[in-house]
Design a protein around this ligand. Structure first.
Ligand SMILES: [Fe+2]
Ligand SMILES: [Fe+2]
Length: 329
């Protein structure tokens, strides 16, 4: 019988006579030291590996069908980060996109920003909340359509990627504010975009949906399952795709390494997005210290404690819920 480690995919051939009788035994993988739960149903022959023969360039090419990230975001970023530009320039850009303006105002008036009186113009929102917060709102409003899609191949319902990404964006910003405040705006933006690559891989996964879902439910990390199938994962795909949107290089690097930050040459933003992603994927009642996927050097690099991450997770959850409430109402 074959047994596969869900963490590093090492395969163990276990002779029938050595199969333990206890069906819920746990053993430590000799290669990665991850815990392998041995349940009776794990004792099956590894199904034939399925591969999809497609190049990353072809996937990027196909992505043209996706709703584009709005030009407004790039323009807003230029205006809001340039001290010599006037906020009135931004109002001019936004005037041309009424749907975007109304989405921004919905977010601005959500419970999270706790305004005493509702704002009725983007200019007013900027004066009251400041340029960085306004850019946050524009980022959310510009990506909601793209990230709100249903991902059939991943079995992710519509809105779920956007909800997760918003949580990661808020958590990333909160981590940055504690670790390296000058990275807070980049952290929010990279947090929103970190899983964008999944939108591109989804179409190809639809045809092998059952196989992919079974592979991931057996404990294999999603990005490793993608790599086994395509030869690359959603971080690489997202990196190549976002390059076309002129996303700043430091955000691209963080997107690329959010699952493997140790390969980023100790890039702080990559560790921020990594930590934010890991804590926002966990249920709130589980201890972050028990998260096996959090790269062990993360706390040291970010100069944080588990308690810091626990309170950031709580705050980010509240922020996400409050913004969403305003967004969909
Ligand atoms: Fe990811
Ligand atoms: Fe994620």
């Amino acid at each position: 019988m074959k047994l596969k480690c869900p963490h590093c995919s090492k395969i163990y051939n276990i002779p029938d006579e050595k199969i333990p009788s206890n069906p819920n035994l746990k053993i430590k993988c000799l290669k990665c030291e991850g815990i392998i739960s041995i349940k009776k149903d794990v004792y099956s022959e590894t199904p034939e590996e399925v591969k999809i023969d497609i190049k990353i360039e072809e996937i990027i090419q196909k992505a043209k069908a996706l709703p584009p990230i709005s030009e407004v975001l790039a323009k807003a970023r230029d205006i809001l980060t340039d001290e010599n530009r006037d906020i009135r320039d931004l109002a001019e850009v936004l005037e041309k996109d009424q749907a975007m303006t109304s989405r921004i105002l919905k977010i601005a008036n959500s419970a999270y920003y706790a305004l005493k009186n509702p704002v009725s113009s983007v200019q007013q929102a900027c004066i009251i909340l400041g340029a960085e917060i306004l850019l946050q709102m524009i980022t959310l409003a510009s990506t909601s359509k793209l990230l709100g899609k249903e991902l059939k191949g991943y079995s992710i319902s519509s809105g779920e990627v956007f909800l997760h990404s918003t949580g990661v964006a808020f958590a990333s910003r909160l981590i940055a504010l504690k670790t390296q405040p000058e990275l807070s705006a980049d952290a929010f933006s990279a947090g929103i975009l970190h899983d964008a690559g999944k939108l591109l891989l989804d179409e190809s996964l639809v045809e092998i949906k059952e196989y992919f879902v079974a592979k991931v439910s057996s404990g294999i990390k999603m990005h490793i399952a993608e790599k086994e199938i395509f030869g690359f994962d959603h971080t690489e795909t997202g990196y190549e795709f976002l390059k076309k949107w002129n996303i700043p290089q430091k955000q691209l690097t963080a997107v690329r390494w959010h699952h493997e930050p140790s390969k980023s040459d100790s890039d702080v933003l990559a560790y921020i997005i990594h930590a934010a992603n890991e804590i926002m994927e966990m249920e709130i009642d589980l201890n972050i210290a028990d998260n096996q996927n959090l790269a062990p050097e993360t706390l040291k690099i970010l100069n944080l404690t588990f308690d810091d991450l626990e309170s950031i997770r709580e705050e980010a959850k509240i922020a996400t819920e409050e913004v969403f409430h305003g967004f969909i109402s």
